[in-house]
Design a protein. Structure first.
Length: 250
């Protein structure tokens, strides 16, 4: 890997007064978490995502959701942050990163020490009633879910659902708004470990670009937004980000 693109990226970040980062599944795959939205992850070989992981599927057959989801959730709970998460937490610590927007539900950015995190696709900390909105800690229904049983709301008897965003559900309004505002406001947007195929997250680099900011893309594979990027680095995020932080410290 030539260091030139990393140096270029570091220079852009240093010159910026507001830097936002957008992360996707590729940041967590080095921690052993499969990309469950990607057809190539192997997860969907025997299952239809719309049947088990959509909000309609959840209403129809929540047991099927838990059968699919719990092995993934257990994997996520055991996962630890990798050098990419740690590097992003360090970037915030040295005041080179203002807002981290993630499509991941694993909470590994916060565990690594990132403080300003917006979660577009929800998380595994809480669960909410689909009927009345009553919210509880996910731990309260974890033993039941672990046995494949569906939990019901103690207030109204409605169906409880972990606060992860399923296919067909709108993104959390506040999170989406914060991400879009940051994209319009930032001087640099760094997109990391996402193929930028899922809307509306995929719109953020375009929004940033149109408002005059620089775009840096770090992803193992080419992305559909490469053509609007100032710097593209197609390499392992767990190698590139620590190198970038090192370049920023120099
Ligand atoms: Zn309820």
């Amino acid at each position: 890997m030539t260091n030139f693109p990393i140096q270029q990226a570091a220079d852009m970040i240093r010159a910026a007064s507001y830097v936002m980062v957008l992360t996707g599944a590729g940041v967590s795959t080095p921690s052993g978490i499969p990309d469950f939205r990607s057809p190539s992850s192997g997860i969907w070989n025997k299952l239809d995502p719309i049947t088990v992981a959509s909000i309609w599927g959840y209403h129809d057959n929540p047991q099927a959701f838990y059968r699919w989801f719990m092995p993934l959730a257990r994997q996520i709970r055991q996962a630890r942050p990798n050098p990419a998460h740690v590097a992003l937490a360090e970037m915030e610590l040295v005041a080179r990163l203002n807002l981290l927007v993630t499509q991941n539900i694993d909470g590994l950015h916060q565990i690594a020490g990132s403080r300003h995190v917006v979660e577009l696709h929800g998380h595994l900390r809480t669960a909410s009633c689909l009927a009345c909105g009553h919210q509880i800690e996910l731990d309260e229904i974890w033993p039941q879910a672990d046995r494949g049983q569906v939990a019901h709301c103690q207030t109204c008897g409605g169906l409880m659902k972990p606060d992860v965003i399923l296919f067909g559900e709108p993104l959390p309004y506040d999170a989406l708004r914060a991400a879009q505002e940051a994209a319009l406001f930032c001087d640099v947007l760094i997109s990391i470990g996402t193929s930028l195929e899922v809307e509306p997250a995929s719109d953020l680099p375009h929004l940033a670009r149109r408002s005059g900011s620089r775009v840096i893309i770090v992803n193992r594979q080419p992305t559909i937004a490469d053509k609007i990027a100032d710097v593209t680095i197609h390499d392992d995020v767990a190698t590139v980000l620590p190198a970038l932080v090192q370049a920023l410290r120099r």
